[in-house]
Design a binder for this molecule. Structure first.
Ligand SMILES: C[S@@+](CC[C@H](N)C(=O)[O-])C[C@H]1O[C@@H](n2cnc3c(N)ncnc32)[C@H](O)[C@@H]1O
Length: 215
């Protein structure tokens, strides 16, 4: 327990510092890329994400979307511009302050994946490049289960990870987990894996996993 808490606190400090020190793309994008590289990285993933979310929104009935671990709000703002009604949260107050200052429609909160509660279910919950930054397995599973509980029946949960054969730590702040680990948590809750879509960006091996709630 003490180790998990230390990991948790170290991760939070890492993200507060990273969000304070880097621009809006580098802080939540790929820290090893320059500005044009991160512009491409974000734009390409946004295109894929929008096609996965789909074209079912209308002014009379916008899709209700949650961006969990929104960072400085790049995806949340883009989803709002496309007509979706967006709630967004991140554990980093620095990131959320920045996102709020940008405006653009989403409603923001400071919260962790395993903490966020909402009085309504979402049509779509997206969680982009967050879960593989949760190092502690119990916190990861609790966060994933909480996100699943926020998806309406027939709605979708869209998460990202690299589909490694086994649990694979990379450096100090990344643990990749196989698709089988996601399925093991989500299927008992009624979420069926319906699609995976690799980023296909340079050598990056992360991709989107889509789960659809069946009950
Ligand atoms: C790589 S960034 C991605 C941010 C955003 N999704 C994007 O793609 O621009 C990872 C984000 O996860 C947030 N984060 C890390 N652990 C979290 C947790 N347990 N709950 C909520 N957010 C968390 C960090 O503060 C950071 O903003």
């Amino acid at each position: 327990m003490a180790d998990a808490t230390a990991t948790h606190d170290g991760t939070r400090t890492y993200w507060e510092t990273r969000h304070a020190e880097h621009d809006e793309l580098t802080s939540g994008g790929h820290i090893g890329l320059d500005r044009p590289g991160n512009e491409l990285f974000y734009a390409q993933r946004l295109g894929t994400l929008l096609s996965l979310v789909g074209d079912l929104s209308s002014p009379a009935a916008p899709l209700f979307v949650l961006d969990a671990g929104c960072g400085k709000g790049y995806f949340a703002r883009a989803l709002a511009r496309c007509g979706h009604r967006v709630d967004a949260f991140d554990a980093s107050r620095t990131a959320v302050d920045h996102a709020r200052a940008e405006g653009g429609g989403p409603r923001y909160a400071v919260a962790a994946l395993d903490e966020w509660r909402a009085p309504w279910p979402y049509d779509i919950v997206v969680c982009v490049d967050v879960l593989f930054h949760v190092l502690d397995d119990e916190e990861w599973a609790a966060g994933l289960r909480n996100l699943a509980s926020l998806v309406r029946v027939a709605g979708r949960l869209i998460v990202t990870d690299e589909d490694t054969a086994h649990r694979t730590p990379r450096g100090a702040y990344i643990v990749h987990r196989p698709l089988t680990a996601y399925r093991a948590e989500l299927e008992p809750l009624g979420l069926r894996h319906t699609l995976s879509e690799p980023y296909g960006f340079r050598e990056n091996r992360v991709g989107f996993h889509v789960f659809t709630r069946t009950r």
